[in-house]
Design a binder for this molecule. Sequence first.
Ligand code: UP5
Ligand code: MG
Length: 346
Amino acid sequence: MAEDTNLKANTLFIEVSGSGIPEIDGLFVPSTAPPVKSESGTESSLGYWNGKMAWDRADGKSSRSPSLSYSNSYKSWRISRLDGHLAYDMTCDDELPPTDREWHVYKMGVAPAPKIVLHHYDPRLPCPKPNVLFVLGGPGSGKGTMCELAQIQLGWKHLSAGDLLRAERNSGGESASMIEEIIKAGKIVPSEITVNLLKDEMERITRTTGSTNFLIDGFPRSLENMEAWNNIFGKDIELPKMLYFECPFDILEKRIMGRAKYTGRSDDNLESIKLRFDTFKAETLPTVEYFKSNDKCIDVDASQERTAVYDVLKNNLVEYTDKSLLSAKLTEKSEMLLGLRAYPKK
Ligand code: UP5
Ligand code: MG
């Protein structure tokens, strides 16, 4: 195989953890092994080995360099021990070391095989700042639907504060029952919990996907939420813009009751909807006013057809969206979200 001279610099970092040989665990950085011609005749470039990206241990302790690389002869990714013997491998032709499958424990390895996490940024350095747009609106105004569309079609990452809280509740952690009680009563979960969930999830996504564009749906729901956000991000990032999905109560109620049989959400019932809407008026609308007074709020008529609402969202994201995605064909899932295609029958 001739060397590909158009290779992009390898800037990915790899974290290896939980292996049966603790000396293998640690950070692997883009390889600095000098270019060579391998037995199979492949010429390697800096950061690459056998035409695929390659990594050295950050602590420089391995006697093999690169210590995480691809072998064309064996058609496998391989991780070596400090003494240079192979410990773990994965037969495949993936461009990058697989993170979603269990590695094979090689002759000189010890079970269990390690977990591999790919980082787009050096995990030893602070995470790059997020580029955030808040999407706020009453319960059932279409925040989740529209943000999911933007995630599929435009590559923005959708974070629903409500979904993160429901996942935290389902994880059964120490705040699980408190979160459930608050959600059922349509009230607002203590800000510190929500902001930390958002921050951790944004950092995880940025580090593992490289993406910094985030749509945050359903937050900040109160001035106190906003204060907690500012305490953590205020000094680092400018006040984000907000898209406010405006929609009358009778339409919201109809939409949620239409959705209730599919979601199984403990707050998708007439009583909770009313409580959620009361909280929205009392606590969330002042937040919307705060963004308006800072000239950071864009009103969206969310009672319109789905396609019209999505167009407004899209227009507000264009500036930071990869231009090649703007004219991409709608996926089947997007057509379903837009109501242009029926969901498959269960
Ligand atoms: N639909 C969507 N758009 C439509 C359109 N244009 N025309 C016709 N139909 C449309 O949409 C609802 C339904 O309407 C769907 O069936 C959809 O197909 C259809 P959806 O996109 O689900 O609306 P969404 O605004 O996301 O509604 P949701 O119920 O999720 O909003 P809430 O704000 O109530 O819920 P959230 O999950 O954000 O929060 C739940 C609870 O968590 C809160 O009440 C609170 O207790 C807690 N919470 C906090 O404490 N803090 C936070 O920061 C966030 C949440
Ligand atoms: Mg939602």
